[in-house]
Write a protein that binds this ligand. Structure first.
Ligand code: MSP
Length: 509
């Protein structure tokens, strides 16, 4: 029986070039997608671009091109980002694709059929930057609570009866305690919903760049209703009986990973739309925090936007991926600083991991003739706790990954790395070489097993480096899954291992 796992990033607005925020969500999803694949799941990992709405239309006008030309161009830079970041996404969706326009219209029809959409007129505040409506009492000194400017909008509009979903939403959160994570965010959402829900304006008539409302083409769908539906489009919606939909949405585990700023759309509007349309609600929505740059809020006007490509060029891709997921608990806000980045690279990747591999593999090369040492000779009592820690790593990493505790999963790997460094220092195989060769081999064997299990667990985070790492241990490509991180799949003594090369170089400032 296959187990299915569906994971999505938000689809990114194409009004802007990729920045660290986009890279962050994408890398986190990629690490989890890769882990689940290693853990035996059939995974579908989706990312893409959100191309409609007033914000995008305005950006196109400013750029002096048609909206279609504009979105084609910027969407391409997000597609390139998936390669630059070595993402393992299975799909890339664009909301201007015909398959999506059809799905969004089908979603609309489903809401209409339930009697949850009615025609009225909207008079109130709208923020183009947030693509969100705000009530008078939500404004702070004339601005949106996010700090974005708002404008007064008065136009005919269709409404979604969100107010009618308040109690059912609360009952849903109650029955599904894991729906919103982390816990603190869940409480925030619940108190927002308890505060009362207004019906939601779901169409606009004062601009044209959107999905036409079925049977009322002078309206375009509100960009969030359009955008959220992308998660279903990818699986073949409105056909809810095709195998992809059935496997991934109905019987699989589903998770949307989003930034904290777009939690309300995903945990209030989206489950209400889904319930109304008769589609099962996604299992989990996980909200991560925001990055600042050297202590400052990141903004275009300050000019301190961090471009993912620059990080990759400066520090290398794997180091960048490692840093972003290691530096702060996923869910908390984080601060980017080049000092912290260099510190992580040098102390953890280079010193703890790199040195350990280098010391072990150089000895194997020189003193065991480039072969996996013998594991039968001279295993001693001191080795038992080390071996226990090695084979227990995956059992600790798995729940950490399930909870999206990426920094903790990496800390567990570092802990083992430090333990193995202490072990190599205490056993001093370089001395044993002269006094007790069988014992030297036994120690090197234990170390190689440690490196092997570490390498397996490192793959989701630093895929290229981990692949090289496992190659140097002579681990076959089909022996790199989570189940292989156990004693049962230990290295075969006598197997040849390639000449080692440094994998995690120090970063020299
Ligand atoms: N298009 C919507 C999402 C629709 S999903 C159906 C959108 N796009 S976005 O491009 O503006 O933002 C994408 C993601 O980037 C959000 O999850 C947001 O939280 C994240 N980030 C933007 N700036 C960020 C930081 N400075 N730090 C971390 N993430 C941030 O919203």
């Amino acid at each position: 029986m296959s187990r299915y796992f569906y994971i999505t990033t938000p689809i990114y607005y194409v009004n802007d070039k990729p920045h660290i925020g986009h890279a962050y969500t994408s890398i986190a999803c990629d690490a989890l997608a890769r882990f689940k694949r290693l853990d035996g799941y059939d995974v579908h990992f989706l990312t893409g671009t959100d191309e409609h709405g007033q914000k995008v239309e305005k950006s196109a006008i400013t750029a002096g091109v048609t909206p279609q030309e504009f979105v084609d161009m910027v969407s391409e830079s997000f597609r390139e980002l998936t390669e630059e970041l070595n993402l393992s996404n299975d799909g890339f969706i664009r909301t201007t694709e015909p398959r999506h326009i059809m799905a969004a219209q089908a979603m609309w029809d489903a809401l209409i059929a339930q009697g949850d959409i009615y025609l009225g007129s909207y008079a109130g505040w709208y923020s183009v930057r947030d693509e969100a409506f705000y009530a008078e009492d939500e404004l702070v000194n004339g601005f949106a609570p996010t700090g974005a400017p708002v404008e007064w909008v008065e136009e005919p509009s269709y409404f979604f009866r969100l107010s009618a979903w308040q109690e059912r939403l609360l009952a849903f959160y109650e029955a599904n305690p894991d729906f919103i994570q982390p816990e603190g965010r869940r409480n925030e959402v619940i108190s927002f919903v308890k505060g009362g829900l207004h019906d939601l304006s779901v169409s606009r008539t004062t601009f044209g760049w959107g999905v036409p409302v079925p049977n009322a083409p002078e309206h375009v769908m509100y960009v969030w209703l359009d955008a959220l539906t992308n998660y279903l489009t990818e699986l073949g919606y409105p056909d809810m009986h095709n195998p992809t939909f059935t496997n991934f949405w109905r019987s699989g585990e589903t998770i949307h990973v989003v930034g904290k700023d777009i939690l309300r759309f995903h945990t209030v509007y989206w489950p209400a739309f889904l319930m109304s349309a008769g589609v099962p609600v996604v299992d989990r929505v996980f909200a991560h925090g925001w990055w600042t740059n050297e202590g400052q809020k990141i903004s275009k006007s300050i000019g301190n936007v961090i471009k993912p490509v620059q990080l990759v060029e400066t520090y290398g891709l794997d180091a960048t991926r490692y840093f972003l997921l290691r530096e702060v608990p996923f869910g908390n806000d984080g601060n980017f600083s080049s000092m912290a980045m260099v510190q992580r690279i040098n102390s953890e990747l280079a010193n703890t991991l790199g040195n350990l591999a280098q010391r072990t593999l150089a000895m194997v090369q020189k003193h065991v003739g480039g072969c996996v040492p013998s594991n039968t000779a001279r295993i001693e009592a001191v080795d038992a706790p080390i071996e226990a820690a090695i084979y227990d790593l995956i059992n600790k990493v798995r729940p950490a990954m399930e909870g999206l505790k990426f920094h903790y999963a990496l800390e567990l790997m570092m802990e083992l790395g430090r333990l193995l460094n202490e072990y190599i220092d205490a056993q001093a195989p370089w001395n044993l070489r002269k006094t007790d060769v069988p014992r030297m081999e036994a120690v090197l064997y234990v170390l190689m097993e440690g490196l092997r299990c570490l390498g397996i667990c490192l793959q989701p985070f630093v895929p290229r480096a981990a692949s090289l790492w496992l190659e140097q241990l002579g681990v076959a490509e089909d022996a790199r899954l989570c189940i292989h991180a156990s004693a049962q799949y230990r290295l075969h003594s006598g197997a040849t291992v390639p000449e080692p090369q440094p994998i995690f170089p120090r970063f020299e400032v």
